[in-house]
Design a protein. Sequence first.
Length: 367
Amino acid sequence: MKVLIVGAGIAGLAMARALEMNGIANVVVERQKSSPVTGKSIFLLGNAMRAMSDLGLAEEILQIAYPVASQTIMSSTGRILNKVSTREFWDGCGPCVSLLRKELLATLQNSLRISETRFGATVTHTMVRDGKREVMFSDGHTEEFDLVIGADGVNSSLRAEVFKTVSPIGLGLTASRLVTDLSHGLEGWTAMLTRGRSLLAIPLGPDRLYLYADSPTSDFRGGTVAELKNLFSEFGSPLGRVIDAIPPETSLHTDELREVPAGKYLAERLVLIGDAAHATSPSMAQGAGLALEDAVVLARRLKGEPQLGVALELFHLDREKRVSWVRKQCHVRDRMRTSSDLISHLLLSTVGSVLYSRAYRPLLPPL
Ligand SMILES: Cc1cc2nc3c(=O)[nH]c(=O)nc-3n(C[C@H](O)[C@H](O)[C@H](O)COP(=O)(O)OP(=O)(O)OC[C@H]3O[C@@H](n4cnc5c(N)ncnc54)[C@H](O)[C@@H]3O)c2cc1C
């Protein structure tokens, strides 16, 4: 079988790895000239690490990642509302870790042996002809494939071309992300919330911290460090202190949060995976996890089912419930984050651990 994967992000590279493990050669095209380095850092929950284990890469990731044993949510004044032991909750599924995105991508890319990655290339058009997917590339040449897998992210051009009107929906929140060199003594995942504004810090090592900040899109003008300091000036210790200490020259990655409308992104000899099929807000930290799982499950179906159309339908059925659960939980969390402090603080301080368990328990059983 000849497979084309469009996009060398987490989903595309994991897909290439999973296909290789099942003896299926593939070509990956990435529109950027070299491995994409967007988004700074990533938090992988237990199910994402289990998928890395299915890809035979968990040990390698553990060598470079930082363990995240707890998740603590505080008010903007620093009052603890809820603390969960991620180590205990995800025990038996996989560890929770944080690492730089570029390190995760490099681990996936370096694991490939027979896949061919073409950088600086993209697909301009695709159609079914004589029982194959004919693909026209940006350099003008055409090639035939048995299957095209779109892993080209939230703004997927394959989704736009093949499924027509499906554009991502803005969620009204904009997020800035950065990595800073001081850990400020923070040990676990730590978030501080006040109505519509969230600050989150995750250690990446003993002296490196990932900081995520979101706020209504209307608050953002240029996405600068000075703006960030201003937006979160009322936040107390510990994260207010972290924001105060950020050097002005620190590089920020700022984007509006968007989601892809629910849908069945299957066509003849074509399927979408990862953010191209189901980008959500990052409230559940499941984007990478779902992308890695998609790759594992799709490769298994392609290996196990001789009829391609049936394999793709089975893949869709395998993933539909989990994906819609995560999307729903993101909506619940986003609503809670933007509700009044009275409601969100009361909920988190009384039933926060129950809500955590309810949201993540369905992701614990094996794929
Ligand atoms: C603010 C924020 C924080 C997040 N934090 C987390 C987190 O902590 N944990 C987590 O699990 N998830 C997190 N996520 C979600 C996670 O980043 C995504 O779900 C994940 O990156 C999806 O990977 P992907 O490969 O599907 O898409 P992408 O990472 O977007 O990769 C798509 C790739 O396709 C390429 N491409 C695009 N168009 C074309 C084309 N036409 N031709 C060729 N190549 C193309 C792009 O250049 C890119 O390399 C976060 C998301 C946001 C917005």
